[in-house]
Design a protein around this ligand. Structure first.
Ligand code: ASP
Length: 466
């Protein structure tokens, strides 16, 4: 008999079905009656074992059951009487009367309870046994929400003629402000790959490659001190488009977010459409932050206050008195400020095309129109004090690529973890990542990072200091 998913059983009253899943809870009523709440990925169903109706062997199996045993059950779907209907259960109008039962696997007692909110459990313990935590209803719901949001974005972008392209994970460093993870090369002694802090350069090179509209559900890696709610690896909806200006990108993202909320989180209300726009100066003077919380009612869990922050300064002073970029060195200045960049004057007054999308006090993503002319990109690095040699060494490949008819282009990268965290009303991004790291960047389930045997280190030409 084919397996039936539990959520499909309510429409099958009168039929015999085969269901598979885990014992969520067991309720023994006297000697004769046992209720098993069986759980699969689609929900819970009540299975009834009335022992006087069962043969001895089946009754013995029922008596041996414990929570989290893995079962295969064949039984009859029966409509419940009006008084027995449970409106809180998706299968609350029916129950399944056991005909036969097989224990596919037993289970030890779990280290923590999963039939209630696991957020009260010690987090180290939860993360060590993350696979058990994921059995809990809330965690499962968060994973499904994440999948829904990602599926929605993929469909939306495909309809807008975007192509999803995978970019390398083993790559070369890029100056986007974060420290990078290094991966030593075995075949090239003394050389290293780095893990990408974002696919920034690749997506721009794809524009030179004529892709025109690119996106990727992209993993990004940043080896930063773990301040607050950060993860060393996180996911962005990385996008880039050719022949667009700032307005085009902002419009597309705004529509995409509005439609996504309607489709994936219909209980939420977006406070203001079109999303309000603030200049960086306004945001700082009014809210003291470049990611202002624009919500009118911060206690309303269903309120989403999106907004845009624009007109950031391109450069800021370094401690040593030079200049560095504020957001992204590949950005173009605002068109009316291009001349100042080309003449390298009034550096502090140059504004970038950078646009940040903010949501409920978080930065939900950022992007910009890029410098697609090699001369202009070169000027950015000159302002930051790079010598010609350094520029050619580090960015020669970009400058050369842009010399072969690079189209004007721009993009953005909304962060998926934080967005889904807000949609799920969760307090941190670890609740919406299947297998996150701890606050100090450890994977306690797998035991990473870990020491390596000497031979493995020798292979990659590494000698430890101590
Ligand atoms: N690469 C940028 C980031 O990771 C996003 C962008 O400018 O598209 O923040």
């Amino acid at each position: 008999m084919n397996r039936t998913f539990i959520s499909d059983t309510p429409s099958m009253a009168g039929q015999t079905v085969r269901v598979n899943g885990w014992v969520n809870t067991l309720r023994k009523m006297g000697d004769k009656l046992v209720f098993i709440d069986l759980r699969d990925a689609t929900g819970l169903v009540q299975v009834v074992a009335y022992k006087p109706d069962l043969d001895e062997a089946t009754a013995a199996i029922v008596d041996s059951l414990k929570p989290e045993f893995v079962l295969e059950i064949e039984g009859e779907v029966k409509a419940r009487g009006a008084k027995q209907i449970n409106p809180d259960m998706i299968t609350g109008t029916i129950e399944i009367g056991i005909k036969s039962i097989t224990v596919l696997n037993t289970s030890e007692t779990l280290p923590f309870q999963i039939d209630s909110d696991t957020r009260v459990v010690n987090e180290e313990l939860r993360l060590k046994y993350r696979y058990l935590d994921l059995r809990s209803e809330r965690m499962h719901r968060n994973l499904v929400l994440r999948d829904n949001v990602e599926t929605f974005f993929r469909k939306f972008l495909h309809e807008q003629r975007f192509t999803e392209v995978e970019t390398p994970i083993l790559t070369k460093g890029t100056p986007e402000g974060a420290r990078e993870f290094l991966v030593p090369s075995r075949v090239h002694p003394g050389k290293m790959y780095v893990l990408p802090q974002s696919p920034q350069q690749f997506k721009q090179l794809l524009m030179v490659g004529g892709v025109e509209r690119y996106f990727q559900v992209a993993r990004c890696f940043r080896d930063e001190d773990q301040r607050g709610d950060r993860q060393p690896e996180f996911t962005q909806l990385d996008m880039e488009m050719s022949f667009v200006d700032r307005e085009d990108v902002m419009q597309l993202v705004e529509t995409m977010m509005i439609e996504m909320v309607k489709a994936c989180a219909p209980e939420k209300r977006i406070q203001q459409i079109p999303f309000p726009r603030l200049s960086y100066d306004e945001a700082m003077s009014k809210y003291g932050s470049d990611k202002p919380d624009l919500r009118e009612d911060k206690d309303d869990p269903n309120l989403l206050a999106f907004g845009w922050v624009i007109d950031f300064p391109f450069f800021e002073k370094t401690e040593e008195g030079g200049w560095t970029f504020t957001h992204n060195p590949f950005s173009s200045p605002k068109p009316e400020h291009m001349e100042m960049l080309m003449e390298k004057k009034n550096i502090g007054d140059i504004l970038t095309t950078q646009y940040d999308i903010v949501l409920n006090g978080y930065e939900a993503g950022g992007g910009s129109i890029r410098n697609h002319k090699p001369d202009a990109l070169r000027k950015v690095f000159e302002v930051m004090g790079f010598t010609d040699e350094q520029i050619n060494e580090q960015f020669g490949h970009m400058l050369e690529a842009f010399s072969f008819g690079a189209p004007p282009h721009g993009g953005i990268a909304p962060g998926l973890d934080r967005l889904i965290m807000i949609l799920a009303n969760e307090p941190n991004i670890r609740e919406v990542i299947a297998i996150p790291k701890t606050g100090d960047a450890r994977d306690v389930m797998m035991g990473a990072p870990s020491e390596m045997p000497k031979r493995a280190l020798n292979d990659v030409h590494i000698q430890l200091k101590s």
